[in-house]
Design a protein around this ligand. Structure first.
Ligand SMILES: Nc1nc2c(c(=O)[nH]1)N[C@H]1C(S)=C(S)[C@@H](COP(=O)(O)OP(=O)(O)OC[C@H]3O[C@@H](n4cnc5c(=O)[nH]c(N)nc54)[C@H](O)[C@@H]3O)O[C@H]1N2
Ligand SMILES: Nc1nc2c(c(=O)[nH]1)N[C@H]1C(S)=C(S)[C@@H](COP(=O)(O)OP(=O)(O)OC[C@H]3O[C@@H](n4cnc5c(=O)[nH]c(N)nc54)[C@H](O)[C@@H]3O)O[C@H]1N2
Ligand SMILES: [Mo]
Length: 764
């Protein structure tokens, strides 16, 4: 009987190793493009970084010292003692300061599995206790999540309703993508990727004769080289190019207002801006050339082609992870509306065909199992990327989606399933904020950077060590994730940790409702099956599912066209915007009266870019994209991730001309630097990156040395500022740096050495 395990990277088959060897993981048999990331989950290089027992930072244990985070050794504690300490600390903070002093935002991907979802467990626990300060939105789509419901539909809906690859193959003639379709990214889906579809999707699109154009600073990030054309563009300037394309479309004899009149609002307000009637500047290809570096003739030619083909306009999420990140999404939708093919097969727009496996799926959209989180009685929240601001500036006001709010004063931080020392920008600044709370509790399987920055570390199990249900909407599978190995060391499930804390704080019954793990799995499965039955699709009962190991929904696949119903009948199928139509001008956003996000798409200068005066000092634009060989910081110690390193560090891609003027050769250790920080990386020279741009993927485990970060974590360089006063999204891609060859013996990377743990006996 085959057993399965679902992971964000894909579904894996689990079988016993031969002759008593450890467990063997192999890709799902019918996965056309398996993702090797997950095969290393049980490798010794990963396993040696597991946290064996609860641990408390020495200075915190001895005298509750806030200083010394990330520097002092930890002390081993038995579970009961550690749990008593954590429960007492939670009780102290809620008694003395209230629940709005507890930060439980706990942003992060954790692992797949619908029940042991670390964040949901933590949120339910604190909700039962009386609430916590939460975080909203995501690092993925900070600007997009806030903007898009005003303009077309929510990002959740958008992600689940992209036109499927099969439809593109049959109908799309011109596929234009800002930011490529990087296959590395498409092999992951939050909550569990199923069969990987984008590689074949792109290949078939190309074989069907579609012309594929990649616009971006990076030339080799579209499929297996499927792009017929690469238009190199300065980072963070795509909005200007989209506006110029819109200008060309507007002046094309084939331009036709009918779709704009019937399905959108506010075009004429935008038109005045586009033509320059409003501000004296016509957004022509010449105008855009000066900003983007793309020749005006090329913009004009592409603009002319848009109306003459069935055209899909796509944009990577990375474009909105930048200053004024709302604008490229809004401009793209506006351009697509002007082209008039939204809702037609193979035409319209895509927001993220290259972001995840789920995009372009034809699998049915059904509601999956959900572990209920309860209600939060604390109203205070932050946009997730404003964590350092919150920690550094309690009481300070911030704007968000039209409202004004204040940062709460946080005394206790509790994190499970995320790595802020991976995901946040300007880590040196985060570290200053991180020094302020009384207590930081982290639940983690591994000695990750955030675990090392905690006061109290509680070891959590990984997915292979527990029973769970794998499911992600439109991934086409339910996966019985049966425990495959015993927990490592004394690791406990996040759920079990919260049950034990609940016992100590008097909410155990509330938290568990008297159910054990298997009871919960049965319950959330049955609830999902009932909802799905209402759509006419019947799942087997739980025992049958658990025995079979997998339910495959692909017999119910259907070609899908985004916004098809809306196009057919916008009155019967309105969009969830105030007008029910696509909002090219948004009265609501205009009403917020924000200088950095007015009522229609506009070009606004990024905080840092190659056209900025700062570029004289820091002439390279740093892109920190998603890593090919891991998910964020997860499994960075694995052989697969380490095989991609250069000189033991994360590779930085540089154009040969930029390398030459700095005396940098392939394989050199280089130092990247700006006013915010310095890090080392290993150079790879490549013609597939435009001059003036450097690319260093995220996720090398943060390894701060006395002088500089040693391992290549780009977030010591990135800027920690909100995308705008509308969204406050993260702006990781807005960052100028310079590079130099590192002379001398580079410092050793030490973050993969397990930390020093003292026995309990050394402390009073
Ligand atoms: N410069 C720059 N920074 C970025 C980005 C960028 O493009 N550029 N991208 C951003 C984006 S889009 C994202 S989504 C974030 C991602 O940031 P995160 O989601 O925080 O990164 P992960 O490394 O996935 O962290 C998940 C952590 O959960 C742990 N974990 C796994 N399973 C379990 C479990 O069952 N229980 C517990 N308790 N823990 C578990 C893992 O060991 C890991 O440490 O990064 C953001 N940061
Ligand atoms: N293997 C792997 N896959 C992943 C992840 C991972 O960690 N590992 N993370 C997942 C997550 S959480 C997310 S949110 C998605 C993110 O999906 P995306 O945000 O789409 O991913 P990125 O790799 O950051 O960026 C995609 C491309 O955008 C380009 N780009 C960056 N800035 C600009 C710009 O200003 N203009 C243009 N035209 N192009 C630009 C980069 O060159 C890059 O190749 O990926 C998911 N997939
Ligand atoms: Mo993300």
């Amino acid at each position: 009987m085959t057993r399965y395990s679902a992971a964000h990277w894909g579904v894996y088959e689990v079988s016993p190793g031969e002759d008593g060897a450890p467990l063997r993981l192999s890709p799902l048999r019918n996965d056309p493009d398996p993702n090797p990331i997950g095969l290393d989950q049980l490798h010794d290089d990963v396993a040696r970084l597991r946290i064996a027992r609860p641990a408390v930072r020495k200075g915190w244990l001895e005298n509750r010292a806030r200083t010394g985070r990330g520097e002092e050794p930890f002390v081993d504690l038995p579970w009961d003692e550690a749990l008593d300490i954590v429960a007492a600390e939670i009780a102290r903070v809620r008694r003395d300061y209230g629940h709005h002093a507890i930060f439980g935002g706990s942003y992060g991907w954790a692992s797949a599995g619908r029940f042991h979802h670390a964040q949901s467990q933590l949120h339910r626990f604190y909700n039962m206790l009386g609430g916590y300060v939460r975080s909203v939105d995501s690092y993925s789509l900070g600007a997009g999540r806030v903007l898009m419901p005003h303009v077309a539909t929510s990002m959740d809906d958008s992600n689940l309703s992209h036109t499927s690859w099969d439809v593109l193959e049959s109908h799309c003639q011109l596929f234009v993508s800002f930011g490529g379709v990087p296959l590395k990214n498409t092999r992951v889906s939050s909550s569990g990727a199923g069969r990987h579809r984008a590689r074949a999707g792109l290949r078939r699109l190309r074989q069907a004769g579609a012309r594929i154009v990649n616009i971006g600073p990076v030339g080799d990030n579209l499929g297996d080289g499927d792009a017929d054309e690469w238009i190199a563009i300065r980072p963070n300037t795509d909005t200007a190019m989209m506006l110029a394309l819109a200008w060309v479309v507007l002046h094309d004899p084939l331009f036709d207002r009918r779709f704009l009149d019937s399905h959108t609002v506010g075009f004429d307000r935008f038109r005045g801006y586009l033509t320059g009637e409003a501000d004296g500047i016509a957004k022509t290809p010449d105008w855009a050339q000066a900003i983007t570096g793309v020749p005006a003739a090329r913009i004009a030619a592409l603009g002319r082609d848009l109306l003459r083909h069935r055209t899909m306009l796509n944009c990577a999420w990375a474009l909105q992870r930048a200053a004024h990140g709302e604008q490229p999404f809004w401009a793209l939708v506006t351009l697509a509306a002007m082209v008039g093919q939204i809702g037609l097969p193979g035409g319209g727009y895509g927001l993220g065909y290259g972001a995840m496996n789920v995009m372009g799926s034809a699998h049915p959209r059904v509601p999956g199992p959900v572990f209920p989180q309860g209600n939060n009685r604390v109203s205070a929240f932050i946009p997730c990327a404003r964590i350092a601001d919150m920690l550094l500036h309690p009481g300070e006001r911030f704007t968000y989606n039209g409202g004004v709010h204040a940062y709460p004063d946080i005394r206790l931080v509790h994190w499970a399933g995320g790595n802020p020392f991976h995901h946040h920008q300007d880590l040196n600044r985060l570290q200053r904020g991180w020094a302020r709370p009384d207590t930081i509790i982290v639940q983690e399987p591994y000695w990750t950077p955030v675990a090392r920055q905690a006061d109290i570390v509680l070891p959590a199990t990984i997915a292979l060590e527990r029973d769970d249900i794998g499911f992600a909407t439109r991934e086409g599978l339910f996966v019985a994730m049966r425990q495959a190995v015993p927990p490592s060391g004394e690791a406990r499930d996040d759920h079990a940790i919260f049950v034990a804390l609940g016992q100590r704080l008097g909410i155990e019954q509330h938290f568990t409702e008297g159910l054990d793990t298997v009871d919960w799995l049965r319950r959330i499965y049955a609830e999902s099956a009932e909802k799905i039955a209402a759509t006419g699709l019947n799942l087997p009962d739980f025992d049958h599912f658990w025995e079979e190991g997998i339910i495959d929904l692909s017999a119910h696949d259907r070609p899908h066209v985004m916004h098809a119903d809306f196009r057919r009948d916008p009155v019967a199928h309105p969009l969830p915007t105030p007008s029910g139509k696509i909002e090219i001008f948004s009265e609501r956003i205009a009403g917020f009266d924000l200088a950095d996000c007015p009522g229609h798409p506009v070009w606004l200068e990024p905080y840092e870019w190659l056209g900025h005066e700062k570029a004289a000092r820091y002439p390279l634009h740093l892109l920190s994209d998603q890593p090919e060989r891991r998910l964020h910081s997860q499994l960075d110690a694995s052989p697969y991730s380490r095989a991609g390193k250069v000189a033991g560090r994360e590779p930085v891609y540089l154009h040969p001309a930029d390398a030459a003027i700095r005396g940098i050769s392939d394989g050199d250790v280089v130092e990247l630097f700006n006013d915010r920080g310095r890090c080392l990386a290993g150079a790879i020279l490549s013609d597939a990156i435009m001059p003036g741009v450097a690319r260093l993927a995220t996720g090398a485990w943060f390894d701060p040395g006395p002088e500089l970060e040693r391992h290549g974590n780009p977030n010591v360089l990135t800027l920690d500022r909100g995308a705008s006063d509308l969204s406050q999204g993260c702006v990781a891609q807005t960052c100028l740096v310079d590079a130099r060859r590192f002379e001398g013996e580079p410092p050793r990377v030490t973050i993969f050495d397990p930390p020093q743990i003292l026995p309990r006996s050394v402390t009073p």
